[in-house]
Design a protein around this ligand. Structure first.
Ligand SMILES: Nc1ncnc2c1ncn2[C@@H]1O[C@H](COP(=O)(O)OP(=O)(O)OP(=O)(O)O)[C@@H](O)[C@H]1O
Ligand SMILES: [Mg+2]
Length: 345
């Protein structure tokens, strides 16, 4: 992607939305004035399947130049929200716009929005190269773009000749990412893109998406795995039971989490317990050591003052993981969920 193709977006967008959320400045070539365009904006989105509400009054924005992580447990409503964004599922209420337009109203959408929803959704009898070639033709792109993308996602010429039904999960995922990037879009919407990738592949994808965002692109990626999102996302949106339960940067989310918990091992637990007691910190046995309700710095100071040698000291707070589990606890399941089938999928 080059310096960021905002001007192209302008040409296609006679009436960009101007609002107060998060915007991309877009220069109009004729008037040389800058207009502001929201890249992804979801407003009061609801999706019901019969009596079941899969997406419940969701509002959010994704900003250009940032990776936004869409995090939630199984069945939280991530894919449904993304399908609505990509015009594949009609919403019951509310709207999802990209650059101020609904996906279905964007001319040649693949040139603006790269979508990866289900890497296996392509025809299994086509080769990887055929799938990309068809995509390139549909978007009016030169055939050379196919080779470029195969190289970007590290699919070898041999692998590109193989039929999709013989692709491994990770290879399908790489092809899906190649397909999403084909039209050099300004926005990427990726549903569980790391699914099936090996550790090197996950690292590669992280670097790819970071540099894409650094060049001004907007990335929304979903995952049910906190660590995956935590490592890459500038903004995190937590969804549970179809509802947004928290959003912000990792630091903002962590600000609401109690960090005062330490795991500690020492050469003299009796003395350390006495010191913790005297300081008014609660404690309990944890494995070979102690769990003390105080931040690691405070426990370190306590041990220093009590002249106790520590052999291990670390934070016992699971931070974001605790927050994630707590905020989405209603949707954590112990028994398999039976979904109502049918509806517009
Ligand atoms: N066509 C449909 N008909 C009925 N219910 C549906 C349909 N599509 C999705 N649902 C339900 O909506 C809820 C949200 O599903 P969705 O696929 O959006 O979850 P998700 O957050 O992507 O989960 P996962 O992490 O497992 O991919 C689920 O309970 C699912 O069963
Ligand atoms: Mg999903």
């Amino acid at each position: 992607m080059t310096g960021f193709t905002a001007l192209r977006l302008w040409e296609d967008l006679p009436t960009p939305m101007v609002g107060e959320a998060s915007f991309l400045g877009v220069m109009c070539p004729e008037t040389r004035t800058v207009r502001l365009v929201t890249m992804i904006e979801i407003d009061s989105l609801t999706k019901r399947y019969g009596a079941f509400t899969a997406v419940d009054d969701v509002s959010m924005t994704c900003q250009p130049g940032k990776v936004t992580g869409f995090l939630g447990p199984n069945g939280a409503g991530k894919t449904t929200t993304m399908r609505i964004m990509a015009g594949l599922t009609p919403p019951t209420r509310g709207s999802a716009t990209i650059g101020g337009r609904r996906f279905s109203d964007i001319p040649n959408p693949g040139r603006h929005v790269g979508v990866l929803l289900d890497a296996s959704a392509q025809h299994g009898g086509r080769t990887g190269r055929e799938i990309l070639t068809l995509g390139a033709k549909q978007m009016g792109l030169p055939a050379s773009r196919v080779d470029e993308m195969l190289e970007v996602v590290s699919l070898s010429p041999q692998e590109a000749k193989r039929r999709l039904r013989h692709y491994s999960l990770g290879m399908r995922q790489r092809l899906g990412i190649a397909h999403a990037l084909l039209g050099d879009p300004e926005v990427l919407i990726l549903d569980e893109p790391a699914n099936g990738l090996d550790p090197a592949g996950i690292r590669w994808m992280r670097t790819l998406l970071k540099s894409y965002a650094d060049r001004g692109g907007t990335v929304l990626l979903s995952s049910h795995l906190l660590h995956e999102v935590e490592q890459i996302a500038d903004e995190i949106i937590l969804i549970g039971h179809g509802k947004i339960v928290a959003q912000g940067t990792k630091q903002e989310l962590l600000a609401g989490v109690d960090q005062a918990l330490s795991l500690v091992s020492s050469l003299d637990d009796v003395a350390l317990i006495a010191a913790a007691n005297a300081a008014g910190y609660a404690f309990e046995r944890a494995g070979q050591g102690l769990r003390i309700s105080a931040a690691p710095a405070d426990v370190g100071r306590l041990a220093l003052e009590a002249r106790v040698v520590l052999t291990d000291l670390r934070s016992g707070s699971a931070g974001l993981e605790d927050l994630f589990l707590e905020l989405t606890s209603e949707t954590q399941r112990e028994t398999p969920h039976t979904a109502t089938e049918g509806g517009a999928r």
